[in-house]
Design a protein around this ligand. Sequence first.
Ligand SMILES: Nc1ncnc2c1ncn2[C@@H]1O[C@H](COP(=O)(O)OP(=O)(O)O)[C@@H](O)[C@H]1O
Ligand SMILES: [Mg+2]
Length: 248
Amino acid sequence: MTVLTTNYLQEDQLEESHSSSMTAMVLLRSVTKTYSNGVSVLSGVNLEIKQGQFLFITGPSGSGKSTLLKLLYGDELPTQGEVIVNQHNMGVLRGDRLSLLRRRIGVVFQDYKLIPQRTVAENITVILQAQGYTRKEIQRRLEATLKMVGLLKLAEYFPNQLSGGEQQRVSIARAIVGTPPLLLADEPTGNLDPTNSWQVMQILQKLNSFGITVIVTTHDEQLMRRCNHPVMQIRNGKIYQIGCPVSS
Ligand SMILES: Nc1ncnc2c1ncn2[C@@H]1O[C@H](COP(=O)(O)OP(=O)(O)O)[C@@H](O)[C@H]1O
Ligand SMILES: [Mg+2]
């Protein structure tokens, strides 16, 4: 473990865990989600994800994996029921309070969503700058995060000069540089070959070992088998446990 290079992550996670060690990181209570066009995605879903867990969510295309994550980071509201993340009810938060909570949730997408005309370093730090971190702190976090994802040498490159695996590692760095206690990854390996997929998974698992709760959606059965984490499947609007027990 790269203790020296990533100590800010561990320090901050330790602080978080003191405040909420007995509580769930994610709680869904009878959640139903129907889009305004009438498409019904989730119906009466209950789910508890404890702090510090690593969980896979799988299910057929169109089953609602992305919708579930959107509910968790406040991009969609539940039609019925409660979505509670880190003790906050996402259904009632608005404006500044929602923005503040969203800063505490790291999100990684299949297509990376990097800013093309910004360097790797800028892509990672742009949010910290907006949040008023000092230059020294930004530099400290940037360096530690780049080391953690193995991209220190590529800090001044632009996204189109990187491979898919490298771009995904930049997007992970961007998601965690603000030390969120929760990291959501929506098919993060969907565009990657097996070698790069495994590299990304190893980084996500290392982050989980620092205490970050990690939720990953994926179709990749081989990857899920290779990692020994609980698996939930979304099917016909419900969520089922298909791997090892969730409440470990
Ligand atoms: N904004 C939206 N408006 C209407 N329907 C949507 C919207 N987003 C997703 N859907 C529909 O909801 C269902 C679940 O989508 P999604 O959560 O993206 O599934 P998955 O990520 O498992 O492939 C699909 O039928 C999709 O077409
Ligand atoms: Mg999806």
